[in-house]
Design a protein around this ligand. Sequence first.
Ligand SMILES: [Zn+2]
Length: 87
Amino acid sequence: MTCGDSYDPECAKALERMFFFIDHELADADVTEIQQHLDDCRPCLLKYDLERTVKALVARSCSEHAPEALRERVLVHIREVHVRLID
Ligand SMILES: [Zn+2]
């Protein structure tokens, strides 16, 4: 299986539910499933880490002046990492 490819159904499924996973809004069975996928799939794990970082940064900077600019900067960083990952 070519994991990390966003067209991979397993990865697509994991990424789709990742936001709920980060927010702890999943049932235990789903949590286990995603956790297992993240253990097996490094690209998804990396995305999960970055997604969590973005969330933390945005949450922390909510009361500050430019959360949008910060978010944009982090998203650019994510894209760079992702591109490097594919290459
Ligand atoms: Zn994956």
